[in-house]
Design a protein around this ligand. Structure first.
Ligand code: ADP
Ligand code: MG
Length: 235
C-alpha cells in the first residue's frame, strides 16, 4: 500500500535520513522502532508531505506522492497523528474532531464519521463539550487519533502514541489501534519507543538508527533478535 524507496531528508546542512526504504502491505500494522533522534518522525513527516524529500520516492497505492502538498496527501487517504498529539487546547473535543474533517463539506458525512470515532472512543463522546487542554494525556491521545480518523483514512500513521501516557491508558490505546486496524480495515504505520508493545501488535517491523534502516523482519522474529532485545526490549 505504501512504499518508501531510498528516501533522503535534510535539515539545512544536516542529513536526517539516508536512503530509507520500507513498505507497508495493505491491512497490516507495521512498526518503526528506534532511539530518540533516529529519524522516525522525519520519515512520517516526509510521507505526509510535511517535510520535503531531497532524494527518493514515496508511492501510495501505486501513485507517486513524493513532495505532494499535505492536503493532497490527506485527500488520498493518508492521515497522520503527530508526535506530542498537538490537539487544540482551547477548543472542545467536538471542535477538535471537526478540524479533522476540514476537507469534508457534507455535514451528514461529518456526523457519520463522528459517530464512528465515538464508537471507538466512547470516552470522547462523554467529554465532547470539554476543552481539549483539560483532558488527561491519554484522552488527548485518543482525541488526536479520533481527529485523524475524521478524514476517513485508509492509511494511518501514529507517531509515539504511548509517549507520556499513564501505563493503564497505554494498554487501552494499543487495544484501540488494533481495533481500528481490524474493524475499520485501516492499514497502520506505527512509530514507537515502546518496542515491546508495538512489536506485539505488529506484523512487520523496521529498526532505525541515525537516519538509516538497520534491521527489518517479521515482528515475531524481531522480538527474538538478540540485538533488538538488548537495545530496545530491555535485554
Ligand atoms: N526541525 C529540525 N531542524 C533540524 N534538525 C532536526 C529537526 N527535526 C529533527 N531534526 C534532527 O533530525 C534527526 C532525526 O530526528 P527525528 O526524525 O525527530 O527522530 P526521532 O523521531 O526518531 O526521534 C535528529 O538528529 C534531529 O535532531
Ligand atoms: Mg520522533
Amino acid at each position: 500500500m505504501l512504499q518508501v524507496e531510498n528516501l533522503g531528508v535534510n535539515y539545512g546542512a544536516i542529513t536526517a535520513l539516508h536512503d530509507v526504504s520500507l513498505r507497508v502491505e495493505k491491512g497490516a500494522i507495521v512498526t518503526l522502532i528506534g532511539a530518540n533522534g533516529a529519524g522516525k518522525t522525519t520519515t512520517l513527516r516526509a510521507v505526509s508531505g510535511l517535510q520535503k524529500a531531497r532524494a527518493g520516492k514515496v508511492t501510495y497505492q501505486g501513485r507517486d506522492i513524493t513532495n505532494l502538498p499535505p492536503h493532497e496527501i490527506v485527500k488520498l487517504g493518508i492521515s497522520h497523528v503527530p508526535e506530542g498529539r498537538m490537539v487544540f487546547a482551547n477548543l472542545t473535543v467536538l471542535e477538535n474532531l471537526k478540524m479533522g474533517a476540514y476537507l469534508q463539506r457534507d455535514k451528514a458525512a461529518i456526523r457519520r464519521e463522528m459517530e464512528h470515532v465515538f464508537a471507538v472512543f466512547p470516552r470522547l463522546k462523554e467529554r465532547e463539550g470539554q476543552l481539549a487542554g483539560t483532558l488527561s494525556g491519554g484522552e488527548q491521545q485518543m482525541l488526536a487519533i479520533g481527529r485523524a480518523l475524521m478524514s476517513r483514512p485508509s492509511f494511518l500513521m501514529l507517531d509515539e502514541p504511548s509517549l507520556g501516557i499513564a501505563p493503564l491508558l497505554v494498554k487501552t490505546i494499543f487495544e484501540k489501534i488494533v481495533q481500528i486496524n481490524r474493524e475499520q480495515g485501516i492499514t497502520i504505520l506505527l512509530v514507537e519507543q515502546n518496542a515491546n508493545l508495538a512489536l506485539e501488535i505488529s506484523k512487520f517491523g523496521y529498526v532505525m538508527e541515525t537516519g538509516r534502516i538497520t534491521l527489518s523482519d517479521e515482528a515475531k522474529a524481531l522480538k527474538q533478535n538478540p540485538q533488538v532485545r538488548s537495545a530496545y526490549l530491555g535485554g
